[in-house]
Design a protein around this ligand. Sequence first.
Ligand SMILES: NC(=O)c1ccc[n+]([C@@H]2O[C@H](COP(=O)([O-])OP(=O)(O)OC[C@H]3O[C@@H](n4cnc5c(N)ncnc54)[C@H](OP(=O)(O)O)[C@@H]3O)[C@@H](O)[C@H]2O)c1
Length: 370
Amino acid sequence: MRGAGVSVRFRRFPAFRQFFRKRRIPPPPAVIPAHSAAAAARAGLSAGVDSAGLVLRSGAPLPMKIFLTGASGLVGSAFAEAAHRRGHHVIGVVGRFPGPVPGLAQKLSLELTDPIALNTAALDLFPDAIVNCAAVPEPAACDADPARAQALNVALPTQLAQIAHHVCARFVHVSSEQVFDGTAAPYHVDSRPNPINLYGRQKLESERAVAAAARAFAATVRAPLLTGNSPTGRRSLHERLMGEWAAGRAARLYRDEIRQPCTAGNLAEVLVELCERTELLGVFHWAGAEALSRAELGRRVRAHFKLDEKSAPIEEIGREGDPAAAKRQANLTLDLQPLAGILKTQPESFEAQLDQFIVPPPCREWYHAQ
Ligand SMILES: NC(=O)c1ccc[n+]([C@@H]2O[C@H](COP(=O)([O-])OP(=O)(O)OC[C@H]3O[C@@H](n4cnc5c(N)ncnc54)[C@H](OP(=O)(O)O)[C@@H]3O)[C@@H](O)[C@H]2O)c1
C-alpha cells in the first residue's frame, strides 16, 4: 500500500480489474506518476525516478493520495494541514462549511449520508488511504437525532472500511474515549468497553464494524476531549468556554470529572503517522500527557488568556446528586501504550497545548473589550 500500492492491488485483487473494466477507465499505472517526484522531494522522502520520468516505488514512505472525510471539522482540518506538511495529497470532504480548508489539494462538498455519492467519489479517486474524521461527535446531538448520528457515526465508517478493503487502501478511523464508562480508569486498549450513552455505543459499534470490514487495513484511534483551534472557532474546549463567557454566562464545570485532553493538531500528527505505518492495525489510544478535572482545565484556560473571575466566571459543580451525571463518565484517563512508545509524535502537556490556543474569531470583539 504505502503510497503507491496500486499496481499490487490491481494484480492481487480481481475486483479492481472488474471495477476499471466496468467503468471503461484505464487501469492505474504500475509506477507512481512523475508529479509525485516533487512531492517526495518536498517531504524529504526517497524515491527513484526512471527514464520515463516516473517515480519508482522504494522502501521509504511515499506521498499518498488521501481521501479525508470531515475536512472542515476540528480534527479533519488539523489533519489536512499535518498531512500536507508531510507531502501528502489530501482530497477532503466537507459538508456545509463554506470556507477554504488550508492543506487540502481539493475540497469536495458531499452529503456523507448518501452512500451512492460516497462510493462514487471514493472509488473515482482510488485513494492510497482513507481517513474518517466526520461524525456527530457530541452526546447531546446524538440523543437529539439518533438516526442521523447512526448514519454518520456507524454507517459511514462501515462503508468507508468496506471501500478501503475493496481498493486495498489504508483506513484510519477516529473513535472516542467515551466507549468506556469512566469507573475504572486508566483504560488500556484491551480494557473492556462499556459505553453509558448513545454516542459511546455508536463509536464502539463503529470500531467493531471497521474491524470486521477491513481488519487488514484499519487503525482506529480512541481520542480524548480535544483542544485546539477549529475552522469555525466554536468546537474545541477553549472555544466553547470562551463562547459561554462572551455570551455573559458562567461556565458550569465538574470538579470531579477527569479528562486527558490533547490538541487536534497533535492527534492529527498521530493520524498521519498511522497512514504511513500500515503495519499498525487495530484499536489504539491517544491523549495528552496530563489528566485534569474539567474545573481545573477551565481555570487554566482563563488564566492563560489573562481573564478574571468577573469577566470569565466558572461555576464549579459536582457529579453527586446531578441527574446528568448518569450519562457522563467520571474519569476517562487513557493508557497510551503501545502508540506512545512507537510513534515519533509525543503526547503534549496541557501547558504546551495552551500555548497553541488563539482567541476564537467569534469571541474576538468581546475579548478585546475586556
Ligand atoms: N471533538 C472532540 O472533543 C472529540 C473527542 C473524541 C473523539 N472525537 C472524534 O473525532 C472525530 C472528529 O471530531 P471533530 O470534533 O473534529 O468533529 P467536528 O468538528 O464536529 O467535525 C465534523 C465534521 O463532519 C462533517 N459532517 C458532519 N455531517 C456531515 C454530512 N452529513 N455530510 C458531510 N460532512 C458531514 C462536518 O462537515 P461540515 O461542518 O462542513 O458540515 C465536519 O467536517 C469524530 O470521530 C469524533 O467522534 C472528537
